[in-house]
Design a protein around this ligand. Structure first.
Ligand SMILES: NC(=O)c1ccc[n+]([C@@H]2O[C@H](COP(=O)([O-])OP(=O)(O)OC[C@H]3O[C@@H](n4cnc5c(N)ncnc54)[C@H](O)[C@@H]3O)[C@@H](O)[C@H]2O)c1
Length: 256
């Protein structure tokens, strides 16, 4: 039995990485999936999440074509940041603009559409899933704008849960650890990053980075009936990255 039969889902950032894996998994689970990305590609609709008019018009298109929208997965995002005294305001605006303001814009218009529609057979009007990051719940050297944007996404999502829970809409964030995607490669393939990459990989208790499919699985759970009592959560899917700090002492004590 497919887990998202009869649901209409919008996935932003669907051209690549986590968004692409989520769109594919939702399709396989029976959802009608509408893919948005700033980068035009076959099968996707060109929507920049910062562009209010484009988002509003594209949501109206989805409702016209499919009658409703049940799930939003907000995976559009950009990396960036730097130590603040070295960072230009334009870099701050770019990162906050896509990751936080873009999330606000898509949430705003999708929630408005969800409030306008009759509840589905399960009594729910919709499920919002915002891809935040473990960098939204703890600091990272040099993270600044990125961490601020993702911390903002976590708290925005909790507030959505409070405002719309009694109106049939659940809202949850996912906080991935480091996931093998083009975004991660773009950062770790830069000159001088080889040892830093190893250090980040080792910081996961499982000793590896995650895959986009592992984040898609978490999004599937939050979109499905299995999560009917889950709202306002920031679901950490990080291979143990935030579980604690490893210093090798357990090995010294004889852990093989
Ligand atoms: N890869 C990781 O380690 C990691 C970890 C935690 C959180 N995240 C978050 O997961 C999400 C997906 O990241 P990814 O690693 O798959 O990156 P990615 O670069 O592979 O994909 C991001 C997609 O977002 C699109 N995008 C960028 N700006 C946009 C805009 N203004 N409007 C619409 N689309 C836009 C890009 O074109 C791209 O297709 C991001 O929000 C990212 O911050 C990633």
């Amino acid at each position: 039995m497919k887990r998202l039969n009869n649901l209409v889902a919008i996935v932003t950032g669907a051209a690549s990485g986590i968004g692409a894996a989520t769109a594919a998994r939702f399709n396989a689970e029976g959802a009608t999936v509408v893919e948005w990305d700033a980068t035009p590609y076959a099968g996707g609709v060109a929507v920049d999440v910062r562009d209010e008019a484009a988002v509003q018009g594209s949501i109206a298109d989805v409702v016209r074509a499919h009658g409703r929208v049940d799930v939003l997965v907000n995976a559009a995002g950009v990396a960036g940041g730097g130590p603040v005294h070295l960072m230009g305001a334009e870099e701050w605006d770019r990162v906050i603009g896509v990751n936080l303001t873009g999330t606000f814009v898509t949430n705003k218009y999708v929630i408005a559409a969800m409030l306008d529609q009759e509840p589905a057979a399960n009594g729910q009007r919709g499920s919002i899933i915002n891809i935040a990051s473990i960098e939204g719940i703890e600091g990272t050297e040099g993270g600044s704008a990125y961490n601020a944007s993702k911390g903002g996404v976590v708290l925005l999502t909790k507030n959505l849960a409070m405002d719309y829970g009694r109106r049939g809409i659940r809202a949850n964030a996912i906080c991935p650890g480091f996931i093998d995607t083009p975004m991660m490669s773009a950062v770790f393939d830069m000159d001088g990053m080889e040892d830093i990459r190893k250090s980040f990989v080792n910081a996961h208790a499982l000793g590896r980075c995650g895959t986009p499919a592992e984040i898609a699985s978490a999004a599937l759970f939050l979109a499905s009936e299995d999560a009917s009592f889950v709202t306002g959560s920031a679901l950490v899917v990080d291979g143990g990255y935030t579980a604690g700090h490893g210093h090798g002492i357990a090995e010294l004590m004889g852990l093989g």
